[in-house]
Design a protein around this ligand. Structure first.
Ligand code: ATP
Ligand code: MG
Length: 758
């Protein structure tokens, strides 16, 4: 007689159930996409709580993005109800490490109100150090050095642990010295960067066994999602925090390891059995997410990788739509194709019910690809959300406001001081600011302290001193106010007193938008008890700020899509040089090419019912047209899982050899022919480490490509209609770009494909 299962286990397969029930001792769930790894983790939390094995705050559960953490909390809440609220230690590596660091900040020379620097601050700080040290900033950019520092930190390396040779490009040990200078400066500023959060944790936990002991007692169960993407310092952190009961459960998929470029070590998975002898390894093979064709396409693609553990995957969702592969003329046509397809699905097709906008997602390789889609959505009024995109908190006015708040929260924060001391203009010139910064550096104190001292003396000329005295007077008033006023009230007072609001009001072009954004900032602060909590939130929120949860199309990078699923997924830009990225082809050899392929695998496996891949024949990179070659990944898709249509005459060579039923037409892919310079700079300075996605920046293209001729043969003076700007007369023609004098909006430069003869 079959045992009666409690509700929690209903519907789980045998292996999933084993992974949930085996709560004592180390467990590794190694399984492909969509097999329920994340579901196992949430059910496991529910099981631990349900059995009374631990209280909610005694479970440490780490994920990679804020969105994933939020989803996990919600899923658990559905299973266990209100007690999910007590899961204080469910979050990203960064957020949990920050909590721990605040408690013991003094042990690493910080105060508990330390600031977490963003990229801009980090680079500005390095710039100052480079200037001081006389480094040639044309040869070594502060930005690329910031990247180097992050790489060291990802590997758990403090300056004293770096072996000779690393950072050699800065001249022997110079790199290490600069790194040390940077760390010293951070301490004076009472600040740390993202990498420091974990690094300082490691320092504290290794040097203070008594503290480690308290965490060992506290964290009875540890759970980790996306284990394949942990870097060395995250790995060490987890090892340290695991107590002798070793109740550690990691889930991951080696085929989805996509952060090698940021120091992730897929080897961490392979080492698991060795690190935790007796560990139970559980494999899940049934995919519950995707249809047969989607899974078949993904499996066929990933087969081309050599470095794999190898897994079986099957689904009971037989049949379904084949993966669509669409060749198009150019980027605009691609955006048009995708947007119109979405509209069609939104209305509902003959076979299918209407799709919600939020059922559909576009996953791009690099964020610059988003612009064409965004423009199209605006034009067609399709609601959309950029996930993890150019974010609200990155706008200049928001950064200014936050700099004011940061300075009030932590007056030693020189970077905040530098940002706002003359915004709005107070007549404190650049020269004065530089002088203050220099003074502070020499004295080894913060600028605020230096200013406070200086204005007591006669060292500054009156025209510099008067505005500084005024600023300090305002500042001490805000400081007083911050002790008991609500954060949003404080913000309002600061922006009013400082003249910041007035400055924006005076700006007739975009002042209103900025004022609206600042208002929105005030709204977002209302949810926080105090300024410190709010600022912490701001520095940690790395994704999804604009996901309003409403019914809108989702637009994001492939990296940001990890762990998510959508009924319909669009995968545009499958072209050599975009995907795989030029950098991966030029520099990284097989290793990074395989990482690109894993990223493609992640992309396809996000789809539940429909996956639509596209590539174009022509693309504009920094204003120049280039010919594109379809991605090798297109060729690698098994023909039986794919349905291809093309405007460009391209037929896949891969499919030819697979006995393609299509005739070979004009276009022959030949990757080796494209031996030109990269479309993206190999410059790692373009990589933003803080973000959970690579930011590929197109650099100016190598060869002047001729302007694409206008396909429509427009003539000067012709009257035309544009979908967005209405009627107008053509005043200039340059290839396929037209300058049109529109009746309502004046001269605009537009692409001819958006224009029709009126
Ligand atoms: P990824 O590798 O992409 O992160 P995953 O292994 O974490 O995938 P989940 O997101 O947990 O997979 O699950 C994929 C989908 O399958 C989800 O919609 C989940 O609810 C569903 N699912 C998982 N297990 C079952 C099951 N036993 N019965 C029905 N649906 C399931
Ligand atoms: Mg998952």
């Amino acid at each position: 007689m079959a045992a009666v299962k409690p509700d929690l286990f209903t519907g789980l397969n045998t292996e999933q159930e084993a992974a949930v029930r085996t709560v004592q001792g180390p467990v590794l769930v190694l399984a492909g996409a969509g097999t329920g790894k994340t579901r196992v983790l949430t059910t496991r939390i529910a099981h631990i709580l349900g059995q009374g094995l631990a209280r909610p705050w005694e479970i440490l559960c780490v994920t990679f993005t804020n969105k994933a953490a939020r989803e996990m909390r919600e899923r658990t809440q559905k299973l266990v109800g209100a007690s999910a609220e007590g899961l204080q230690n469910l979050g990203t590596f960064h957020s949990i490490a920050a909590q721990i660091l605040r408690r013991h900040a003094d042990l690493v020379g910080l105060k508990s109100n330390f600031t977490i620097l963003d990229d801009d601050d980090q680079v500005r700080l390095l710039k100052g150090i480079f200037e001081q040290e006389g480094i040639d900033q044309k040869r070594y950019t502060p930005k690329s050095f910031a990247w180097q520092i992050d790489q060291w930190k990802n590997k758990g390396l403090t300056p004293d642990k770096i072996k000779g040779g690393e950072g050699a490009e800065f001249g022997g040990n110079k790199g290490i010295k600069l790194y040390q200078a940077y760390q010293d400066r951070l301490r004076i500023l009472n600040a740390c960067d993202f990498g420091d959060l974990l690094l300082h944790n490691l320092d504290i936990l290794t040097k203070h066994p008594d503290i480690l002991e308290t965490y060992h007692r506290k964290f009875k169960y540890i759970l980790v999602d996306e284990y394949q993407d942990t870097n060395v310092s995250q790995y060490l952190w987890l090892r340290l925090l695991t107590n002798t009961d070793r109740n550690l459960c990691c889930v991951g998929d080696d085929d989805q390891s996509i952060y090698g470029w940021r120091g992730a070590e897929v080897d961490n998975i392979l080492k698991f059995e060795r690190d935790y002898p007796g560990a139970k390894i559980i494999r899940l093979e049934r995919n519950y997410r995707s249809t047969e064709h989607i899974l078949g396409a993904a499996a066929g693609l990933i087969k081309a990788n050599t470095a794999r553990l190898g897994k079986t995957l099957f689904t009971d969702e037989k049949g379904g739509d084949k993966v669509q592969v669409q060749g198009l003329w150019d980027g605009a046509a691609e955006a048009q194709f995708v947007a119109e397809d979405m509209e069609r699905l939104h209305k509902g097709t003959r076979d299918n019910d209407p799709r919600k906008w939020s059922d559909m997602a576009i996953l791009v390789r690099a964020s610059f690809q988003m612009r064409a889609f965004e423009e199209r959505f605006v034009m067609l009024q399709i609601p959309y959300t950029v996930v993890g995109g150019p974010r609200f908190f990155e706008r200049a006015e928001i950064r200014d406001a936050i700099a004011y708040l940061r300075l009030i929260q932590s007056p030693d924060d020189d970077l905040a001081f530098e940002r706002i001391i003359n915004v709005p203009k107070r007549g404190i010139g650049d020269a004065t600011v530089q002088k203050l910064l220099q003074q502070a550096r020499l004295a080894g104190v913060s600028v605020m302290t230096a200013v406070r001292d200086l204005i007591q003396t006669d060292e500054l000329p009156a025209r510099a001193k008067t505005p500084l005295v005024g600023f300090m007077r305002d500042f001490s008033r805000w400081l007083d106010l911050s002790k008991d006023a609500q954060a949003s009230v404080l913000l309002d007072t600061v922006l009013t007193d400082s003249g910041y609001f007035d400055m924006q009001r005076a700006d007739k072009t975009s002042g209103q938008t900025r004022l609206d954004n600042l208002k929105e900032l005030g709204n977002s602060m209302a949810a926080f008890d105090d300024l410190a909590a709010f600022l912490e939130h701001v520095s940690l929120v790395m994704d999804l700020e604009r996901d309003n949860g409403g019914d809108s199309v989702r637009l994001m990078t492939l990296h940001a899509a990890k762990g998510l699923e959508f009924p319909v997924v669009y995968l545009p830009g499958w072209e050599e040089g975009i995907f795989p990225s030029q950098r991966s082809m030029d520099e990284g050899g097989l290793k990074s090419l395989e990482e690109e392929r894993r990223l493609a695998y992640v992309g396809i496996t996000r789809a539940r019912q429909e996956a639509k891949i596209s590539f174009v024949a022509n693309r504009q990179v920094y204003g120049r047209w280039t010919n594109q070659i379809p991605s090798r990944f297109v060729d690698e898709l098994p023909i039986e899982n794919v349905e291809a249509t093309s405007q460009t005459g391209y037929q896949s060579a891969g499919w030819q050899s697979q006995q393609s039923r299509w005739d070979r037409a004009g276009y022959e892919p030949n990757y080796t022919k494209k031996a030109e310079a990269p479309a993206y700079g190999g410059d790692l300075a373009g990589v933003d480490m803080r973000r959970l996605e690579p930011k590929a920046r197109p650099t100016p293209h190598r060869q002047p490509a001729p302007a694409k001729p206008s396909a429509k043969n427009f003539k000067l003076g012709e009257r035309v209609f544009h979908m967005k700007f209405g009627y107008g007369l053509i005043v200039e023609i340059e290839g396929n770009k037209l300058i049109v004098n529109f009746e309502t909006s004046g001269d605009k430069k537009v692409i001819d494909s958006f224009v029709d003869r009126a």
